[in-house]
Design a protein around this ligand. Sequence first.
Ligand SMILES: [Zn+2]
Length: 295
Amino acid sequence: MPELPDLTVYLERFEAIARDAPLLRLRIGNPFVLRSVTPPPSAFEGRRLLGATRIGKRLVFEFEGEYFALIHLMVLGRLHWKKPGAAIPKGKGLAAFDFEHGTLLLVEHGSKRRAALHLLSGRDSLKAYDRGGLEVLDASLDAFGAALARENHTLKRALTDPGVLSAIGNAYSDEILHRARLSPFKQTRALSQAELQGLYDAARAVLGEWTERLRREAGAGWPEKVTAFRPEMAVHGRYKQACPVCGAPVQRIVYADNEANYCARCQTEGRLLADRALSRLLKSNWPKTLDELER
Ligand SMILES: [Zn+2]
């Protein structure tokens, strides 16, 4: 699922390319993508794009007169900037925002259709979409600590909870925890002040560095390669590969729709974290430490 760095670059590029341009037409390629009833797509025609922002992981395109198009890309939704009037690809094409000088296409790869478009009018209508997560790059250490400590959850869950932090998912939570050298399953209320400071610094550094990297990659063009798996990542999607810090193999735990990738040597004092279902299955065969696993 695209997270803060990828979403930021989408928004920046879309603004750079289309701000102030009037929307000629909003075409819907698949009726299921449109999850709102009013205003209709035709109400957006002729309205200039005033800006592109974000509420959590939802992209918000603002058009003249307080008309808003909200897009949630979910896991496999992507945006592409194409030639004016570009055809909506059959099957994966969901919607097209037509401007005189180009078309923004919303597509969704894979077989599931989960990406969502909401059309709204009036700024107040945006409030319903705010899950209240903190924007880490704008937050103070105190606000960050308070958000995490509101409930006692594992760090992995807290970092990815849209009600706690905004626009962080599986990929960047793995990267942030690795940078902070903290276990994904440490409890939020068990953090020392030094660990909290470390996590805050790591979150801001990782998100900032990645945004900068993706911004550089996109340059003056369009970010075409939006993915949660990148070779420069330290642990996310790098199961069994060497941790770039210590060389130990990256570990992975899969649970429900989530997964945690971590380095046992850097983050859990060499302990391997059993996910309960898996450990029941493996019983005594489940190695408890990195040393045991390597033997
Ligand atoms: Zn390591």
